[in-house]
Ligand binder design. Sequence first.
Ligand code: FRU
Length: 505
Amino acid sequence: MLKMRIYGMLAAMIVLHGSPANGQIAAYDQPYRPQIHFSPRQNWTNDPNGLVYFRGEYHLFFQYNPLGDQWGHMSWGHAVSKDLLHWQELPVAIPEGNGVMIFTGSVVVDRENSSGFCAAKSECLVAIYTGHSKTPEGQRQAQNIAYSRDNGRTWTKYAGNPVLDLHLADFRDPSVSWDETARQWIMAVSLPKEHKVRFYSSTNLKQWTRLSDFGPAGDIAGDWECPDLLRIPSSDGKESVWALKVGLNPGAPQGGSGEQYFLGNFNGKGFVSSNEPGSHGWTNYGKDDYCAISFNGLPQGQKPILLGWMSNWQYAAKLPTAPWRGQMSLPRQLSFVRDEAGLTLEQEPVIAPLRMKTLPIPASSGTGDSVAIPYELDLQFGHPDAPIFGIRLYSDEEHWTEIGFDMTKKQFYVDRTKSGAAIDEDFPAKTTAPTALARPYNLQLIVDRSSVEAYAQNGTIAMTNLIYPLSANSTIKIFPPDAKTAFSGQIWILKSIWDQSPLSK
Ligand code: FRU
């Protein structure tokens, strides 16, 4: 019944918006199909892998099952983009083979052919990933490499694989980057059951020397996965800190999979976490942003860009979408702020190129106008007296998503318990994050057909949640009605990445 209603609505939308230009675009108009986020044309995806900028293209590799819409046969899918928003899916880049699945990892630009894999006097791409194989005792995970001399289009697995093997069942997700000071490669790789990130160095990507361990630290309720080591500038550009991001699954505070970060220093050998307040936090306070990693190869001076898998292992296998399952979060530019509330990561989503036109926020007391998804809301609240204030996005009178600030609990929250399709017992949730009185009560919300991404207090809180609304439009209402007096904002209508018509402003 519910399904029929949604199919009917979307069929009507397709008629209204005209028929899609070609078969490729038609493939991206199913119910719940993300319109501003990457999702594979078909089949299963989890973690982003090998994010790299090379010769004018952003590459997104991703954990992919070429044979179905459940986890399995893990291989690296591949998509490219010129602007981080419009993605073109390419054939599978690195397929499973010889009993080895291709787990999460990274891609580096080998500018000086340190690996010897590139054509003479040329640069090329090298992938460093976990090879996962079954053994009579259970499983084995070891680090492998592959290279591409044609801008990531075709890949050759190194004949000498694995390049780093501790004969362990759990040893995965290498994140490799170039350390210009020491002129060597640094790998951060996870020992999930020991809650440790181990650092290695190499001059040729083939031989690796152990440097140090970080952890156990912070939250250790579950496996540590998908580490990422990166350098982050302050928002005023005057200084930088190092950040170590680590996935935690299960056992994250919001339930299931989550991501913590540590801010501190990396001295070329090891990472030391700062003890300033705020330097240990959560990259995302929602339920659906896991195994985010940052892009390698960005031009000098560009802020780091992080992108994650928009799901949670609690219910990833049950998402009600076909013929694909899984999508990526928006890319976010990273910086940090040091203020009265401490040292905190700031995230700013890349979205501006999709903005088409603005609309005013409807009066809260009225019935509210209906806005077509996808859209963005930018809101600034004063400090109203109301103990709780925020916004509701209604699909009908009984179904809405509530996003607000609770001044009594000092929390920001997104409540999807009444949003629509429930999927699984772990799905309905109200996710929360601590707020800081010293920071402005502003909010940027990005609403797609199956998600709400929230950035509050200048992006010091990021909260990404899957939402399966019953309607392709939202009716927007500020609450309580008198909060309107201390509030300003606007709606941006966003252009679907699958809409090829010229951008109308
Ligand atoms: C995290 C993860 C990684 C692993 C990959 C396998 O979501 O479990 O640790 O490499 O997924 O698909």
